[in-house]
Ligand binder design. Structure first.
Ligand SMILES: *Cc1c(COP(=O)(O)O)cnc(C)c1O
Length: 362
């Protein structure tokens, strides 16, 4: 792709490394290692490599394809599968990754079988569901039994620890109580197996809040962090923490203006169903200057969270390949100019997975 082709996703690797370093130092101060989660940017290897440069303990993703790409790129950091594996991908999990999060006995047996066939040892972390109601053992006795099975019977698996995930489906907060529950499960297992577990993995970006509050139970020694490093928006915007020491603009979207015209703000004619099957409503603001840019829903998903860096430009709407901007208050914008946008997590996963977007690393 021509280096100057638009639209572009500009990725500032220096800013990213700053964010990784800052979060990692903060974690290491309290004895917590980071698994750097790369699914937010579709595992782009050039970006994932920054986690290795910064010395993260693990590089993690929910997608085996991304971990495979990162491995082929030459990354040596141990890889972690954080979506509980499908039975059908067990062989790939063992071949590509070093450690996986798990919650099914069937899958554990299959991982063990594949590890034996490949003459490997694969580490597993057993997930406890503490109320968020996504993945994880619900019954603590059942979890203990699975742990004992891994420890005693599945000789090509290594029981590396326990973990949990909160704040994803049930929007449950990582309170000290919840995390202490996880530590209690770990200690119950440790008592039965007669040794200490290597990892207690206490969640994702949202668990940083508990850590910053100084309330992370001391035995939690791993967090799996994506958003809080790559975008660093949630803790500031939703949780009210001061994250001013992290860059919020590692990623910038740049789109090119195709048309600039004064047009009505209310469609002219009988309003029917739009190309997405919806009957939209429009506010009539009279004639205003608008610019059309060459990027659309196919590239970034929903325009609802798309925000131009220039506060005088607003996103009016979008179809598959076009985005309409109100530039009435934005000074002189012409065909061929470019407009920069902030990128939210939902937009980022689309943008990074699209071949239509020119990725520029600076
Ligand atoms: C996505 C994911 C994470 C990382 O979440 P962030 O909010 O981006 O930090 C951690 N653990 C699991 C199991 C995940 O699926």
């Amino acid at each position: 792709m021509a280096a100057d082709r638009n639209p572009k996703l500009i990725i500032d690797l220096n800013k990213l490394r700053n964010n990784i370093d800052k979060v990692q130092n903060m974690c290491r101060d309290v004895g917590v290692e980071i698994a750097g989660v790369i699914k937010g940017f579709t595992g782009l290897p050039e970006v994932a490599a920054q986690f290795e440069r910064c010395g993260c303990k693990f590089i993690a993703s929910s997608r085996i394809e991304q971990l495979e790409a990162v491995k082929e790129y030459g990354i040596q950091t141990p890889l972690m599968m954080i979506r509980i594996p499908m039975l059908s991908e067990a062989a790939d999990i063992v071949r590509v990754t070093d450690i996986s999060l798990n919650s099914s006995v069937e899958v554990l047996r299959e991982l063990n079988k594949q590890a034996r066939l490949q003459d490997k040892n694969h580490k597993v972390i057993l997930m406890a569901d503490l109320g968020d109601l996504r993945e994880g053992f619900w019954d603590k006795e059942e979890m203990l039994e699975a742990a004992l099975m891994v420890e005693n019977d599945l000789h090509n698996l290594e029981l590396a620890g326990v973990g949990t995930n909160v704040g994803c489906y049930g929007a449950i907060a990582p309170t000290p109580d919840k995390l202490n529950e996880l530590v209690a499960i770990a200690e119950m297992i440790e008592e039965k197996i007669g040794r200490e577990l290597e990892f207690i993995s206490g969640g994702a970006t949202s668990s940083l809040t508990t850590m910053i509050d100084g309330e992370l139970p001391p035995r939690i020694n791993m967090l799996r962090i994506g958003e809080g490093i790559i975008l660093a928006i949630d803790l500031q915007e939703y949780w009210g923490y001061d994250m001013s020491y992290l860059y919020k603009d590692v990623f910038t979207l740049r789109a090119e203006v195709l048309e600039v015209r004064d047009k009505p703000t209310h469609p002219v004619g009988k309003i029917m169903i739009d190309c997405f099957g919806k009957t939209p409503t429009y506010e009539d603001r009279g004639i205003r200057r608008r610019a059309l840019v060459g990027i659309g829903r196919v590239d970034y998903g929903s325009p609802d969270d798309l925000v131009a860096k220039d506060a005088n430009i607003s996103v009016v709407g979008a179809s598959s390949d076009h985005t309409i901007l109100d530039v009435e208050d934005a000074g002189d914008i012409r065909v061929g100019d470019t407009v920069d946008f902030k990128v939210c997590y939902a937009n980022l996963v689309y943008l990074t997975s699209s071949d239509n977007i020119n990725k520029i690393y600076i």
